[in-house]
Structure formats: structure tokens, C-alpha cells
Ligand binder design. Sequence first.
Ligand SMILES: CC(C)(COP(=O)(O)OP(=O)(O)OC[C@H]1O[C@@H](n2cnc3c(N)ncnc32)[C@H](O)[C@@H]1OP(=O)(O)O)[C@@H](O)C(=O)NCCC(=O)NCCS
Length: 154
Amino acid sequence: MNYIIKKNYKLDDCLNIFNDNHKNFVFDKNSITDKTYTKFVCVDEHDTVLGYAVVYPHNDFLKREEFNCNYFCENDSIYIWHIIVHSKYCNCGVGKTITNAILDEFKGHPIYCAIDTHNIPSLSLHKNLGFEIVNTFTQLFHGTDTTFSLLRHI
Ligand SMILES: CC(C)(COP(=O)(O)OP(=O)(O)OC[C@H]1O[C@@H](n2cnc3c(N)ncnc32)[C@H](O)[C@@H]1OP(=O)(O)O)[C@@H](O)C(=O)NCCC(=O)NCCS
């Protein structure tokens, strides 16, 4: 399949994908329509939205997420707030295509994401593309004690 990345595109379809496959790993639906964030949206040749990522291009993301994580993030850090692929299109390389587009766009910047340690698909996706775990922390998150890995890509 031919995948194309468009920015801040068809956000209503992204909202539908959030509803379809957030799996209780992703909670911040408002970030899709909040202009502070850049949306990387993957479409196919029929312009159908297959998946998207929300990127927060500032280094204060740990504070913004309200994470209890003591880690120094460089001034030029980028943070992948979340990524979701529609359940119909999972395991077809969409997540990889979106993440590679973010890595290309922000080449030279440290790129971070925080992933629930139970989220094996997301951990594998990011590790396969060169992200490394730099910190692990546990906290109450949306009512559940959750352990996160903080991952970094240079
Ligand atoms: C995580 C997610 C975005 C991956 O998207 P995807 O399009 O299915 O991923 P891809 O097909 O591009 O796969 C890329 C890599 O991810 C990993 N992966 C994807 N699905 C996996 C699964 N079910 N189990 C284990 N690894 C998996 C593999 O390492 C895969 O590489 P490979 O194909 O070389 O083995 C998708 O599963 C999803 O939307 N999950 C629900 C929402 C979510 O948890 N988002 C992340 C929040 S941090």
C-alpha cells in the first residue's frame, strides 16, 4: 500500500481513530484538535486516514503530562504525545511510517515518548526504530498505578 503523511489533516477522522483504538493507553483526545500540537496523519491512495501521531515540539512535556519523572530533557527536545493506528490497519507498517516521518522531520533533535510497560506493540515499534529506554517511573495515571518507560531517540 502507498502511504502518504499529511500534517494537521482530517482531524475528525483522527478523532474516530482515537475512539476506535485508544485501548486505554491513550487518554488525551483534546490534543488532536489543540493547535499547540502537530498532527502527523497517514493516508492511503484513496485519502483514507489510517493512523496519526500527535507531536508536542517543546521540552516541558514531563511537566505538561504531570509525570513524576526526574529526567533532564534538552531544550530542543520533541515529544510524541501519542500515536494510534486504526484497528483495521494495524500491523501493516502504518505506525512505522508515521514514526519515521517524525524522525525525518526532527532529525538532530532528541525525540522522546513515554509508554506504559504493558504496551508491547508500542514498545516494540519504538525500540525497532532506535528508541532506547532512559528512565522508568510509576505513578497514578487516570486512576491506575501505571509504570512507564521513557524512551529517547537521538
Ligand atoms: C502501537 C501501534 C501504533 C503500532 O502501529 P502499527 O501500524 O500496528 O505498527 P506497524 O505495523 O508499523 O509495526 C511496526 C512494529 O511495531 C511492532 N508491533 C506492532 N504490532 C505489534 C504487536 N501486536 N505485537 C508486538 N509488536 C508489534 C513490531 O515491532 C513492528 O515491527 P515488525 O513489523 O518489523 O515486526 C498500534 O498498535 C496502536 O494503535 N495501538 C493502540 C494505541 C497505542 O497503544 N498507542 C501507543 C501509545 S504510546
